[in-house]
Design a protein around this ligand. Sequence first.
Ligand code: URA
Length: 210
Amino acid sequence: MKSFEDINAFYREKLEREVSEDLELYARTGPLQFVYGSGPEHAGVVLIGEAPGKEEVRLGRPFVGKAGAILDEILKATGIKRNSLYITNVVKYRLARPGKRPGTYANRPALPREIQLSLPWLREELIFLKPRLILTLGGVPLKALCFIGNCGILELSACHGKAIDIRINETPSTYVPLYHPASQIYNRSLKPVFEEDFQAVRRLCGDTEE
Ligand code: URA
């Protein structure tokens, strides 16, 4: 059976090759700086974000920057232990573009093509983990799960906080679409929505509570 190390090494090499062969994508991205998923391999609950940022690259773990601080706050408030979760991203490298000063990089949104190229890696990760519950943070991971589960594309505004059944490689699971923690930095009205949705998550998490 493949280990996580095998899966990560295989898809990293594949993705590096595919990005370098896609001249349009290659020209629009910075150097590929990877951050892998992190957490217990037997976690029943998997949390999926969009892509690592600068701080995640620096520390080598997902959700350790500003968005991670908001996530930690809500996990604490709802009594869900972060170290009981497996945390990963759809795109495993920083979505970078050249910054204003030479040698610097800024974040940018994911391009449809790179979400598509990243799907096989996320799918394999989920097949390996077999989570009973998946939490998607933001529109990109929601879209990714809709593709992986082969169901129609859902709008986050219409389905956030709801438990949705999915089959991944014939294994049944449930996912809950949530807003991205960083969305409340730009739109304060999403904070209470995010908090209410996490109450639903807490009820579904059960054994990860303190
Ligand atoms: N950090 C991550 O790891 N993922 C995100 O989507 C945002 C910040």
